[in-house]
Design a protein around this ligand. Sequence first.
Ligand code: NAD
Ligand code: UD2
Length: 315
Amino acid sequence: MRILITGGAGFIGSHTAELLLAQGLDVTIYDDLSTGKRANVPAGATLVQGDVRDFSALAIAMRGCDAVLHLAAVVSVPMSIQRPHFAHEVNATGTLNALEAARYLGIDRVVIASSAAVYGASKQLPLAEALPPEPLSPYAAQKWLAEAYAATYAALHGMSPICLRYFNVYGPRQDPASPYSGVLSRFIGAALAREQSTLHGDGRQTRDFIYVGDVARANVRALLAPDPAPGLVFNVGTGRAVSVAEAYALIARLTGAPPAGRAPARAGDVPHSRADVGRARTLLGFAPCTSFEAGLEATLAWAQQRLVPTLPMSA
Ligand code: NAD
Ligand code: UD2
């Protein structure tokens, strides 16, 4: 069985590619390497460098595949605000291209990466999939449109797409250098570089942090699941909320980092986020299995190993 992963040279995609290969599946990665890295591509996967805005190149890369995991996106919310047309072409039109290419090739299962961003600043926790979307950025609106296209292709063409609303994903290979990287990778990167981290606002804002290894397992579940119900949306989170201040305190304890500096809260910041994880458990048979503490330690170990200079062979 061959899986095409758009955006597979990225953070979540490369972990998913590794898991699929370990389970004996074949993997083709289609990626323009705009934020992904060739070095992330696991041995055994085929890399096709291309842009999801290029329909024919995407369809050619997809030929011979049995299912598609569509992760390619402009993932930065600030970028989507500064360049909404560009982000729309990648995030919305790119998703339409993936669905239309799959339809043209007779591929029924397309798993699409959506985001908790679709919920906006919803007050009702835990966040359940049936809540009305409240997009607060072009990025969130584009993810919502991607979900609408999936539901349309299910109803109109009888395909079985599945949309996964990832919450805050963290783990090895999330690039701490990127200004758009997750808070945990930024805290760990700063601690190891002996730089001071900064807590925005009072630090009591909470997030549902899910380890990338669990997200990869959710992706594989969705790719291989018999039809739970086509075009459906599933939260991918842990159901546990952790405050940013708590997260920093744990990282400081593990690294000996000093107290963080303070800065005002981000404009439009979501005060609290936590997933209702019932639908994924009952319909996909997915439940996360990595505790926040274990995930943080694994991420820290990866970051430390990266910083250890590799000794020259002659040593
Ligand atoms: P990432 O930036 O590491 O991965 C995105 C990949 O897509 C990169 O490899 C990049 O090179 C590729 N890409 C971007 N534009 C492309 C284009 N036009 N054509 C082809 N490839 C292109 O980010 P990630 O965290 O792995 O995100 C993967 C998916 O998960 C995205 O759709 C993102 O919106 C979604 N998501 C991520 C999180 C998170 O916390 N990381 C949360 C919610 C949703
Ligand atoms: C995540 C996504 C964003 C969008 C959003 C939807 C990432 C990196 N961001 O934003 O793309 O999908 O979810 O809800 O995946 N913080 C600090 N110090 C720092 C950095 C961050 O205090 O150095 C705070 C930040 O103000 C926020 C929290 O930590 O309150 C989480 O920030 P984030 O950027 O990791 O993720 P989030 O949920 O704001």
